[in-house]
Design a protein around this ligand. Structure first.
Ligand code: WT7
Length: 642
């Protein structure tokens, strides 16, 4: 990754500080832990944890169950790391089996609510039963340890059940976001060399039926690794069926045994592959493993979200993204907490939907994205005002920087002016939260505050030297942590880039600055990755889809600041001879992107141009297009060809 980012210093200074109240501090899990270690301040605890990361993380790991203990806590052979080396475990044992011997067994694991109002409650025992049956049935279909299974499902209980069933077998799940189109699905199935796909007939979103089965069929044309497509009937509509290959989920699971033993796997055995955008067209298959990931999500859910036995936790993300993996599925379940799981859109049938769900289930901890907060804020204060939100005691934010205005609205209108907000910075690659407050941290609106326990973060220049307070630079992590990705599937070179761009440190791709109190302020990504509604999209992936259209000769895609989505997409295209730059073509191109990637990647604006700025080596200078578009200084143009 080329570091072309120009330092941006801080212009706007946020001076508001929100101290935690005494009752929050006294009941927090982190306070109890701090006392048990004999420390009286966060700073002391933090300093101890980064000076003794192996001690800290192994202490956390010992709270979970392992089938065989580790011999070595950490083996660090840069840039490759192993944690809890020699141990055997299975994350599903800690998420489910372990609870069957405790009162958690009879607690609700998930209150599921469909967009259409359908409801389903699953206790831990129910979920355990479903996962056992599904695992047994999948194993009869030939799925075993190490096999890759694509899960292409919307937010319905079967999405979670199938993730846990696959992991129970020691097989590897790769969840693909349900709104992705056939080509995006196909690329992921092919890259993972998947043996099976778990999908559905369709689902409801914003009141509309979204058909899925024919998308799967199209993605599988010419595929020779997938043996079975397992179809969940969510809508009951008529769908194409390929006898022999296609299997009905309900029938399959009914054929499963009541119990199917959990497969003990090596701590470093892969748990999942999750595709994320990088700077080239091809998505990166980020690989996470059982042992370290399990410890990372358990610890952060416990200390950041402060989950306690009587909490009702709601993370509004989709398990198609990492937030859902870590804080809908694994983190809450390992902690034995009750969660809400909602299928639909935040504004369906009206902008009060989220708040009606908070009220109905008495949600105590609510975790969402800045884009959702800004979107709901726009609809006005009357929506949250109609509901009783007094159950809320902790709020969270993730996906992009939260602007102070939205932060303050979130605290005032959702959090009654008193609920602390955990602005959590992390990535698909980091597996769990790395920079974040805990309930005892004094908060500054717009800052993710400070590194979590055991995490050594800094802001540095190109050579890895720390920059002064309030100076812009690159956000780096200086020590490996348990839940970090282990590699990029089938592409270790792309993994190594994370550790050799700034030698010896993990470079996340984000720009940031640190203030005089050591608080981190994340500024966004330095590379050609666009963050739309908190979802990372590669410029190159959208560009390569655009040039797949017969009318397009060349394309360049940039992100522009957007009041609700964080960033919106603007595309510049050069047309082939013989095509007219009219409205009709522009809407055809938008439709084309919708089909090839999905609705999230559709540009708000497509502009037809005669030329694009390029370097002598032929690389499109998106930075220039962006500067021009936003009226910013053009900066260094020494590499510009014309
Ligand atoms: C990128 C990672 C981690 C789950 C969601 C996205 C941005 C994430 C924050 C935050 C500022 C944030 C970063 C990061 N980001 N959280 N609290 N403040 N920026 O996962 O798709 O892997 O994207 O999201 O730019 O690098 P992802």
């Amino acid at each position: 990754m080329a570091l072309q980012f120009e330092h941006t210093d801080r212009f706007l200074k946020e001076t508001r500080l929100y101290e935690p109240d005494d009752s929050t501090v006294s009941r927090a899990n982190i306070t109890a832990y701090m006392r048990s270690k004999g420390f009286s301040t966060w700073d002391e605890l933090y300093r101890w944890s980064v000076a003794n990361p192996e001690e800290f993380w192994s202490e956390m790991a010992r709270e979970l169950e392992w089938m065989k203990p580790w011999k070595t806590v950490r083996r660090w052979e840069p840039p490759y790391v192993q944690w809890f080396v020699g141990a055997q475990c299975n994350i599903v044992h800690n998420a489910l089996d372990r609870h069957m011997r405790t009162p958690v067994r009879n607690k609700v694991a998930f209150y599921w609510e469909g967009e259409d109002g359908a409801r389903r409650t699953l206790s831990y025992a129910d979920l355990y039963q479903e996962v056992n049956r599904a695992a047994s049935a999948l194993s009869k279909l030939g799925i075993t340890k190490g096999d890759r299974v694509i899960i292409y499902l919307p937010r319905i209980p079967e999405q979670i059940i199938s993730m846990l069933a696959v992991a129970r077998l020691g097989a590897v799940h790769s969840v693909v976001y349900s709104a992705f189109s056939a080509p995006a699905l196909r690329d992921r199935i092919n890259d993972a060399q998947a043996k099976a796909v778990i999908a559905c007939d369709g689902y409801y979103y914003q009141g509309k039926l979204v058909e899925r089965k024919s998308v799967v069929d199209e993605a599988l044309r010419d595929n020779d690794t997938v043996e079975h497509v397992i179809v969940v009937r969510r809508t009951g509509t008529d769908i194409p069926w390929q006898a022999g290959r296609d299997v009905d989920w309900a029938e399959l699971v009914a054929s499963g045994a009541d119990r199917h033993p959990v497969e003990p796997v090596d701590s470093e055995h892969p748990l999942f592959i999750l595709y994320t955008s990088g700077t080239t067209g091809k998505p990166k298959g980020v690989v996470h493993t059982h042992g370290g990931y399990m410890v990372g999500v358990y610890t952060t859910a416990r200390f950041v979200f402060d989950v306690q036995p009587d909490d009702i936790f709601w993370c509004t993300a989709d398990p198609g993204w990492v937030t859902g993996h870590s804080y809908i599925v694994y983190g809450p379940l390992i902690n034995g907490v009750t969660s809400v799981f909602y299928e639909g859109a935040p504004t369906y049938p009206d902008p009060g939907r989220f708040w009606s769900i908070v009220q109905r289930y008495g949600v105590t901890i609510f975790y969402t994205a800045p884009t959702a907060i800004r979107g709901l804020m726009r609809h006005g204060d009357q929506w949250p005002a109609q509901y009783d939100l007094s159950s809320l005691r902790l709020l969270g934010s993730v996906g992009e920087p939260i602007n102070p205005e939205a932060w303050v609205w979130y605290r005032e209108k959702i959090g009654r002016g008193q609920v602390p907000i955990m602005d959590t910075w992390w990535q698909t690659e980091t597996g769990s939260i790395l920079i974040t407050p805990t309930p005892i941290t004094p908060l500054k609106p717009g800052s993710a505050t400070r590194p979590f326990l055991g995490i050594e973060a800094d802001v540095v220049d190109r050579s890895g030297q720390p920059v002064d307070a309030n100076r812009g630079g690159y956000l780096v992590i200086k020590q490996p942590w348990p839940s970090m990705m282990r590699t990029i599937f089938n592409d270790p070179k792309r993994y190594e880039v994370y550790w050799n761009t700034i030698p010896g440190m993990y470079f996340a791709g984000d720009a940031a600055h640190k203030d005089e109190d050591g608080y981190f302020w994340i500024q966004g990504r330095v590379d050609d990755v666009i963050s739309v509604s908190g979802y990372r999209l590669g410029s190159m992936e959208i560009e390569s889809a655009l040039v797949g259209h017969p009318a397009v000769a060349e394309a360049a895609v940039i992100g522009k600041p957007h009041p609700v989505k964080g960033e919106s997409i603007k595309a510049f295209v050069i047309l082939r001879k013989g095509y007219d730059a009219g409205e009709a073509l522009v809407s055809e191109l938008k439709q084309f992107i919708r089909q090839n990637i999905g609705p999230i990647a559709v540009p708000d604006d497509i502009q037809v141009v005669d030329s694009l700025p390029k370097t002598r080596s032929g690389k499109i200078m998106r930075r220039l297009l962006k500067a021009q578009e936003l009226g910013l200084p053009i900066g260094d143009v020494s590499t510009l060809e014309e």
